[in-house]
Design a protein around this ligand. Structure first.
Ligand code: AMP
Length: 453
């Protein structure tokens, strides 16, 4: 055993009177525990996403939580906020740069290329429900670890697919009863060439107006001029209103594509707003982009976003693969559901609490508890050595509907007391086949599942 260094060992005289308390740890800034109450919402969101995904032919994928940094820096663009400021990057022992995933698309495209999915029938439709990590400044609705449901269609370019994606995002929010709290914003960024020309035009326009831009936008002019368009600064916005418009730089093909996406959205009765300033912050987007905004707060606290990214596969060393996708933030959806007072089904309720006294009672309680579970009912008990009073308190706190009480006398007489925890009424039952008797009283369907179903 190594001796602790003197500087880290508390001096004996210091500890004579007060025993040093071990440090109480807390979650890191911007990280949070997803407690049981959150999980009920999360389960509902996952179900809605899975259900809508399956209906549309999506299959689930899980990519690693960490990738070689280049997967993200090359995809999202060196000038994007995410790559410049928000990545959790670390160096492996061998000196390789690795990053916790800040978003889902780049990793999924890396997987598509790595596994030769271009040889599968196209399009390949994948969804994921995963944690993401961004070294963002934590604030309301903004965390350093958050969760996204994400959908990607790879290997096809068709305005109908873009419209179907937006429709599906909308449907998921409808299923979760919050569609009326959001606005869908859409725009077209045109092709990579259209955008390059437009960025040049923006640079020219702002060349002699730089000093009038906010500090942030001055920096954006160097790194990512498109981002000036979605600046929140009022003076920036006045200048932006006079700047060249992206739509004037779209090729005929991109214009037509955008018109068709909108036509299909109308056909599908998805309400949307056109927003010329919507650029998304990442380099890989082209043509259709969209965001799902909070009706009252706009882009702040957006619920989701996505778009088309036809050039991404090539940036990651693959062959040309047109693709479209979107992600929605789970924490923000949950906040909306809470604000809208949506109740979520909580399946964690306890049906039976089995209380016991004595060795014999404990054995019986153990058997009854596990039998009830096997039959599909939620049962706890058969534990500890507390007094009957203390156990009944536990039963009450557990929210159990019924308590099955096995006192020493009852067990000796092959009986048990069944207590209705809502009404406080009790009755005596025989221990023979007691499980069936209490299930009849409960009158609730069992919570069973069959593997392979
Ligand atoms: P983005 O690709 O940045 O538009 O992210 C897509 C969605 O993920 C956003 O609309 C949010 O719902 C969610 N999201 C992004 N960043 C965070 C964050 N730091 N904390 C919580 N949710 C986030």
């Amino acid at each position: 055993m190594t001796e602790l260094n003197n500087t880290t060992t508390p001096n004996v005289s210091e500890t004579e009177n007060s025993t040093p308390q071990p440090k109480k740890f807390q979650t890191l800034r911007g990280f949070q525990d997803l407690l049981p109450e959150f999980q009920d919402y999360y389960t509902m969101i996952k179900k809605a996403a899975r259900h809508r995904g399956r209906q549309s032919g999506f299959k689930r994928i899980t990519t690693p939580i960490m990738e070689e940094t280049g997967v993200f820096s090359r995809s999202l663009g060196e000038s994007s906020d995410v790559v410049r400021k928000e990545m959790f990057t670390m160096t492996s022992r061998s000196g390789k740069l690795m990053t916790l995933k800040p978003e889902a698309t780049a990793g999924i495209m890396r997987a598509y290329i790595e596994h030769g999915m271009h040889t599968l029938p196209q399009p390949v439709q994948l969804y994921s429900i995963e944690p993401q990590f961004r070294y963002d400044r934590p604030q309301k609705g903004r965390f350093r670890q958050f969760h996204q449901v994400d959908f990607e269609v790879l290997g096809i370019k068709d305005p109908s697919v873009d419209a179907q994606m937006i429709h599906m995002a909308y449907k998921i929010l409808e299923d979760l009863h919050i569609a009326d709290r959001v606005d869908i914003q859409i725009n077209s960024l045109g092709s990579a060439e259209n955008r390059a020309e437009y960025i040049e035009a923006l640079r020219d326009f702002f060349f002699d107006k730089k000093q009038h831009l906010s500090e942030d936008s001055q920096a954006r002019l160097e790194t990512n001029p498109l981002r000036i368009l979605d600046s929140k600064d009022e003076d920036d916005q006045i200048l932006v209103s006079m700047a060249p418009k992206l739509k004037d730089f779209l090729s005929e093909e991109s214009k037509q594509y955008y018109e068709t996406v909108k036509e299909y959205l109308r056909e599908l009765e998805v309400p949307f707003y056109e927003n010329e300033g919507l650029v998304r912050g990442l380099d890989y987007y082209c043509d259709t982009v969209f965001e799902i905004w909070d009706k009252s707060q706009g882009a702040q606290n957006a619920i989701g976003g996505g778009g088309r990214y036809d050039g991404l596969a090539e940036l990651l060393g693959g062959q040309h693969t047109p693709a479209v996708g979107f992600a929605m933030g789970v924490e923000r959806i949950v906040q909306h559901m809470k604000d809208a007072k949506i109740t979520v089904p909580a399946k964690d309720k306890v049906h039976f609490f089995v209380a016991q006294l004595g060795e014999e009672g404990k054995k019986k309680a153990l058997k009854i508890t596990t039998n009830l579970r096997d039959l599909g009912y939620h049962a706890i008990g058969g534990m500890g050595k507390s007094s009957m009073k203390a156990q009944l308190k536990m039963a009450d706190k557990s929210g159990a509907r019924w308590a099955i009480i096995l006192g020493e006398v009852e067990v000796r007489e092959n009986k048990a007391i069944l207590r209705d925890m809502h009404l406080g009424k009790q009755e005596i039952l025989s221990l023979d086949n007691i499980e069936q008797a209490v299930i009849e009283k409960l009158n609730d369907s069992p919570d069973t599942y069959a593997l392979g179903e």
